[in-house]
Design a protein around this ligand. Structure first.
Ligand SMILES: C[S@@+](CC[C@H](N)C(=O)[O-])C[C@H]1O[C@@H](n2cnc3c(N)ncnc32)[C@H](O)[C@@H]1O
Length: 220
């Protein structure tokens, strides 16, 4: 079984509880409002052709569609896609690899991904491939944090997480550097203070601690 197979199995197993966590009624409206502001600020005005990689249970893709973008969400965990499709009808969800997305070159305006960089088997190769899919001037916008300085021990076997270049990141600039090395221009890191305040109020997903999350953007 490959590293990627193990990652896919993990997320398919966790998909029902992951989706349920994101759909909690007590926080849903605040989450959607805050994240809509983040993604509206991260991208040029709609309508854009957007690919959301590692889309999981689909919340980011659905928010982007709600902002007026034409969105495709890809993930390699069938269980996550099942959750996404059952929750959101306004997005085209497909089985697909974030590291090697199979889409026509120069056909997109933006590639997005939340909480995905840390779990990619080759994040730099992934960003290089995203750049090929973007039209000139297109945007990569990712959100992540330094969630697991000691490794994501509650998620994967050490043999898996020790092979992931960003799984043990201790500084968000390690993630930003991957975007720059892959060839993006104007790489910018923005702390998401409104999301931090939301996390302090409502808590974060199991296996995580409240930490500053960052929006990292770059231009193709
Ligand atoms: C922490 S979840 C984030 C889900 C979603 N982006 C969100 O913000 O809730 C990470 C997701 O990345 C997916 N993933 C990991 N490696 C992937 C790859 N190479 N290609 C596509 N999806 C991948 C997992 O299946 C999982 O759904």
């Amino acid at each position: 079984m490959t590293t990627q197979d193990q990652i896919n199995d993990y997320w398919t197993g966790r998909a029902p509880s992951y989706a349920a966590y994101q759909l909690q009624p007590d926080r849903l409206a605040d989450d959607i409002a805050a994240w809509s502001r983040v993604w509206a600020g991260a991208l040029p005005p709609a309508p854009l052709d957007v690919l959301d990689v590692g889309t999981g249970s689909g919340q980011v893709a659905a928010i982007l569609a709600g902002l007026g973008h034409r969105v495709t969400g890809i993930d390699l965990a069938p269980g996550m896609l099942e959750q996404a499709r059952s929750s959101y009808g306004n997005v085209d969800f497909r089985l697909g690899d974030a590291v090697e997305p199979d889409f026509p070159e120069a056909g997109l305006d933006a590639v997005t991904g939340r909480y995905v960089m840390w779990t990619l088997r080759d994040p730099e190769a992934a960003v290089k491939n995203w750049i090929r899919l973007l039209r000139p001037g297109g945007t990569v916008a990712v959100v992540d944090s330094t969630w697991f300085p000691n490794g994501p021990q509650d998620f994967y076997d050490p043999s898996v997480w020790q092979s992931l270049p960003l799984a043990q990141a201790t500084d968000i600039n390690q993630t930003a550097a991957v975007l720059s090395r892959a060839g993006l221009a104007d790489v910018t890191v923005t702390p998401l203070t409104a999301i931090y305040e939301l996390d302090e109020k409502y808590g974060v997903a199991p296996g995580h601690e409240v930490q500053m999350q960052y929006l990292i953007t770059g231009r193709a």
